[in-house]
Design a protein around this ligand. Structure first.
Ligand SMILES: Nc1ncnc2c1ncn2[C@@H]1O[C@H](COP(=O)(O)OP(=O)(O)OP(=O)(O)O)[C@@H](O)[C@H]1O
Length: 205
């Protein structure tokens, strides 16, 4: 049987006093992808943060099997370290060798930036370094919040390839993206179908 990496049921999300969505569920098994859709502000990032255990759900359950890696606008790389050292930190956190770092940088076509401080990177270079962090992690589930933002055409093609490779090697990908990305056979979760109506807007308690 295919290994299930995450399952979430009956989730609801509240930010401040406002209920954004409710009744959200889904699951991802090894090799699968799920594309979360919906308009700006509907709560896609909030869902990703709930799944990553960074934000409490107002209701519902999340069950994960295995490690997760998340990328969003905050790229989680120390600005004062070189790119190589910043990634090595994550490689160590994830228990993998430093040689992984060079391979990951090469995969993202930024091997020449290994000795450059993170704070000097351009927007797209920072995004590529963030994607390299996925590669040095041993996470099976990738949670990707707008992973294509700031990437050029070559970068977007690399991102599509990375996601395909990850799935082919038994990982899974959950992403929110306004950019059209080729993600073969991805399931879709449209949060607009889960917005509360009428008095429901203040629940659940
Ligand atoms: N820390 C916070 N406190 C209160 N409200 C917040 C907080 N963070 C986000 N929100 C609100 O929650 C709602 C959902 O935000 P979220 O970033 O999850 O949406 P999104 O679907 O990812 O949007 P986008 O497509 O623009 O990235 C927005 O109305 C936002 O203003």
């Amino acid at each position: 049987m295919t290994r299930e990496l995450i399952r979430f049921d009956a989730l609801a999300c509240r930010r401040s006093t406002r209920l954004l969505w409710r009744g959200v569920g889904g699951q991802l098994a090894a090799g699968e992808a799920l594309h979360v859709t919906g308009a700006n502000g509907i709560g896609k990032s909030s869902l990703i943060r709930i799944l990553a255990d960074l934000l409490p759900a107002a209701h519902g359950t999340v069950r994960r099997d295995g490690r997760i890696a998340m990328i969003d606008e905050a790229h989680a790389l120390d600005r004062d370290m070189t790119v190589g050292h910043a990634l090595a930190f994550w490689a160590k956190v994830d228990g993998m060798g430093r040689d992984k770092v060079a391979g990951a940088l090469a995969s993202l076509h930024i091997g020449h930036l290994a000795d450059v401080p993170v704070r000097f990177l351009s927007t797209g270079q920072r995004k590529r370094a963030g994607l390299a962090r996925l590669l040095v992690s041993s996470a099976s589930l990738w949670l990707l919040d707008e992973p294509g933002n700031g990437l050029d055409r070559d970068g977007l093609a690399l991102l599509e390839q990375l996601m395909a490779n990850h799935r082919a090697s038994g990982g899974a990908v959950l992403l929110a993206s306004h950019l059209p990305l080729a993600v073969d056979g991805a399931k879709t979760l449209d949060l607009s179908a889960h917005q509360p109506v009428g008095e429901d807007i203040w629940g659940p308690a």
